[in-house]
Design a protein around this ligand. Structure first.
Ligand code: CU
Length: 595
């Protein structure tokens, strides 16, 4: 009898032990399910000005393991660069995957030359457009550059929103993702600020149904107002317009139509948002939603690869309302560079082996044409030139006078053009346009330039032909009231001439703002002034470079930073125009569902 009780007690103990273990496991699993898992601090990024480093205070900077940024930076800066901008990552293709946002420096209404044209300038009326790949950009990049994979954008996002058929009912065409909505009151005039984070070659045409709009600034700088039906914004550009809400109370489509790589010969990438008059029902407008309906006809500012006419107004025709700069107005610049660009059929050694896989001998759809400046691809420097110019190996620095055989071999080097501090620099940018009907929106860091000529000539044109036209005086410059920008399109088979005053000492990148183009080397750097004229390096500023691997230097302040472009990490983030490096502490929390 006693033995049976012992057995029963043992059995009960085993059962209760199992139950407790199960309960404990279940509780742990349940708790893990509900909790957020901290996976790391990705970045701590701040804005500091490119225009000068005055006011920036850097206490300590170090690259994180994830390499996204440099932490523990405290900064102050003078928001001297007025207008609409956007910040974005410049490391790898992070910008294409979402590391970007608007950055607006509002002028006090009392000194804004366009103040009388609008009643409201609201943060909610900032519009950030981007083409959307629907996939991690690096996957598309690899698919496109290493085989014949699809790289074309599927859609466009407006402030991260928009309808896409994939997220809806394919039978009814109803989509479940929301449109961006912009509210207005009838009778009021609103300033809208638009920036494009274009990734592929996707110029975006913007219009608002039943409303004309009045364009007033580009890249933060004002020009004489011009009323249009529609405008095109290229990657990296910004435009502000005024919308007069004078139509009947209701809902109207704001349309964003993708051109070039986004047009209807590919996937017809486009998007809609809703302009909603207060007092109207929260309905969608009834007008058609398709791609063709999103191409508004009428007067258009900033055409894509079209010759100028009454209905197509290139930005060079805009009239700057800021005071003229006497230095820019002189007939000849202090220094002039011709920059030819195209997709070159060359054995780019990253993608084509001249012996086993030459571009000239394989099937056409596997060709990789290389977009370059003057047939040179910029090589990523092994260290940041601005703060570590001495660590740049001079034998790897080049320009188009040191490398003259690049039409027959792949040239990759640190393409550097040196100018004196204070020089008026003129760049004749020519898109030869032989490979595709494309274009290149060119962005210069550290300086805003004046657009003194811009012309679409033909389907294609050689650099030599443009030089000859220039010699013969056939490219007149607009030397007064020229619009000032920091990003401008160079039309395919045409040219854009810009001038800037090299008044910002340092090393500045100039590149095509199409992500895939800059990623494979379509850029160069300007050295403005001598190193002793550069702003002083902040105290304890970190050193980056590949010397760590080479000589085993484990100096506390030296961090090994990967090469630009081919890596997921770096310690720099820059923004369009002279406002670089930005923003906020980003902490990633993910919910974990693993048991
Ligand atoms: Cu380009």
């Amino acid at each position: 009898m006693e033995g049976r009780w012992d057995e029963a007690a043992l059995f009960a103990a085993l059962i209760s032990g199992s139950l407790m273990k199960f309960a404990f496991s279940y509780f742990s699993w349940w708790k893990r399910q509900k909790s957020l898992q901290y996976v790391g601090e990705i970045s701590e990024l701040y804005i500091y000005p490119v225009k000068s480093c005055a006011g920036v205070k850097v206490d300590q900077v170090e690259c994180s393991k994830l390499g996204v940024t440099c932490g523990h930076v405290s900064d102050r800066f003078k928001a001297g660069n007025k207008g609409t901008h956007f910040w974005h990552a410049h490391s790898g293709v992070q910008r294409a995957d979402g590391v970007f946002g608007p950055l607006v420096v509002r002028l006090p209404r009392t000194i804004d030359p366009h103040s009388a044209l609008y009643d409201e300038d609201l943060t909610e009326h900032t519009i950030l457009v981007t083409d959307w790949l629907g996939d991690l950009t690096v996957s598309r990049f690899v698919a496109h550059h290493h085989r014949d994979g699809d790289n074309k954008p599927q859609s466009i996002l407006i402030n991260g929103k928009g309808a896409y058929q994939l997220y809806g009912n394919k039978t009814t065409n109803e989509t479940f993702t929301p449109y961006a909505v912009f509210n207005v009151d009838k009778g009021r005039r609103y300033r809208f600020r638009v920036a494009s984070n274009g990734i592929l070659n996707c110029p975006i045409q913007i219009s608002v149904d039943d409303h004309n709009i009045t364009m007033i600034t580009s890249d933060g700088r004002p020009f004489e107002p011009i009323e249009v039906e529609t405008f095109i914004i290229f990657a990296g550009e910004r435009f502000d317009f005024v919308l007069n809400a004078r139509q009947a109370v209701g809902n109207y489509w704001i349309r964003a139509a993708g051109l070039a790589d986004c047009d209807s010969s590919f996937k017809g990438a486009h998007q809609l948002a809703i302009l909603r008059y207060r007092g109207s029902a929260k309905d969608e407008p009834l007008e058609e939603k398709g791609y063709n309906a999103s191409i508004r006809t009428g007067k258009l500012l900033n055409p894509w690869n079209r010759k100028k006419d009454d209905m197509n107004v290139p930005v060079v025709d805009l009239v700057n309302t800021d005071p003229n700069n006497a230095a820019i107005s002189k007939s000849t610049a202090d220094v002039k560079f011709y920059i030819g660009m195209d997709f070159n059929k060359i054995d780019n050694l990253y993608f084509h082996d001249p012996t086993y896989y030459p571009v000239s001998a394989i099937e056409y759809n596997k060709h990789l044409y290389t977009p370059q400046f003057n047939h040179i691809s910029i090589e990523v420097p092994p260290a940041p030139p601005l703060t570590q110019l001495d660590d740049i190996p001079m034998e790897r620095v080049c320009n188009h006078t040191t490398h003259t055989d690049c039409t027959t071999r792949f040239c990759e080097c640190i393409y550097l053009l040196k100018v004196k501090l204070g020089d008026v620099v003129e760049l004749v940018l020519v898109d030869e346009g032989f490979a595709f009907n494309a274009n290149h929106p060119i962005h210069l860091h550290g300086h805003a330039f004046w657009v003194v000529a811009l012309q679409k000539i033909n389907e294609s044109i050689t650099l030599d032909k443009v030089k000859e036209m220039d010699r013969k005086g056939q490219i007149p410059r607009k030397l007064t009231d020229a619009i000032r920008k920091d990003t401008v399109t160079v039309p395919d088979g045409g040219f854009t001439v810009i001038r800037f005053v090299a008044d910002n000492p340092g090393i500045w990148f100039m590149h095509c703002h199409i992500e895939y183009h800059v990623e494979i080397g379509m850029g160069l750097v300007f050295q403005v002034g001598e190193p002793e004229q550069f702003p002083p390096k902040p105290k304890n500023f970190p050193k980056c470079g590949d010397q760590k691997e080479e000589d085993g230097d484990t100096g506390a302040n030296t961090t090994s930073c990967p090469r630009w472009g081919y890596s997921s990490s770096a310690c720099g983030v820059s923004a369009t125009d002279s406002l670089i490096v930005f923003v906020a502490l980003v902490t990633v929390l993910v919910s974990t569902f693993t048991v």
